[in-house]
Design a protein around this ligand. Structure first.
Ligand SMILES: C[S@@+](CC[C@H](N)C(=O)[O-])C[C@H]1O[C@@H](n2cnc3c(N)ncnc32)[C@H](O)[C@@H]1O
Length: 200
């Protein structure tokens, strides 16, 4: 069922970009959500976290641990939807190895800069970061074996568009490993109009 959205989606996107540009550029700041390496460790992130540079993990802003759903196999092609500063992409790059490939997409340029910097520091050649919106992915059908995502789809009003894109770019029998925020009770019209509730 489509969610009725009474906000200007372009205004929302611009506010989200501002929030996550700040997470990427001022990682030491106190946000209303937890960030950084201690948070990823608390979530029980896998051993590969230790090899991910602070450049990425300092701006980690995931909401839970998508690796609890399973590891990736060597050789797999992976899409990280809303890759932020790149922590999950760089963990995925270690799991899939040189025969595999990881593509992170994000709409916030400052996050992409951080993620690319962290990949260069790690000297990994099997990961790339692409500026894109999750609702309209610049990839052909059946491009990926697995889609991972952490704390992104909750920020996007048009969830039907996102899942349509995920299913389009997955190979038949592909997997999704998503950590995200869900709500069990209806949100009031006033709540749905409150941009601050969306961006956090
Ligand atoms: C909470 S952060 C999580 C980042 C990363 N997954 C992590 O765990 O650190 C949300 C990210 O989603 C990105 N984002 C939000 N809406 C998006 C959209 N419609 N398309 C692409 N990226 C989006 C933001 O730019 C931000 O980097």
């Amino acid at each position: 069922m489509a969610v009725e959205v009474e906000i200007d989606v372009q205004v929302l996107k611009s506010e989200i970009k501002k929030t996550y540009a700040s997470v990427s550029q001022e990682p030491e700041k106190d946000f209303i959500f937890p960030t950084g390496r201690p948070w990823a460790e608390d979530l029980g992130y896998p051993a590969e976290l230790a090899n991910v540079p602070e450049t990425a993990v300092g701006s980690f802003a995931g909401v839970a641990n998508p690796w609890q759903l399973g590891r990736l196999a060597p050789g797999e092609r992976v899409l990280d939807l809303g890759s932020g500063a790149g922590t999950d992409s760089l963990i995925a790059a270690q799991m899939v190895g040189e025969q595999g490939h990881v593509t992170g997409i994000d709409m916030t340029p400052e996050m992409l800069t951080k993620a690319r910097g962290a990949a260069a520091e790690m000297e990994v050649g099997n990961v790339e970061f692409v500026e894109s919106e999750a609702e309209q992915l610049p990839f052909p059908e059946a491009s990926f074996h697995v889609v991972i995502s952490n704390g992104v789809i909750d920020l996007i009003p048009d969830k039907e568009a996102v899942f349509a894109e995920i299913f389009r770019v997955l190979t038949p029998g592909g997997r999704i490993q998503i950590a995200d925020v869900t709500i069990q009770n209806p949100v009031s019209a006033e709540g749905r109009r409150n941009i601050d509730l969306w961006t956090g």
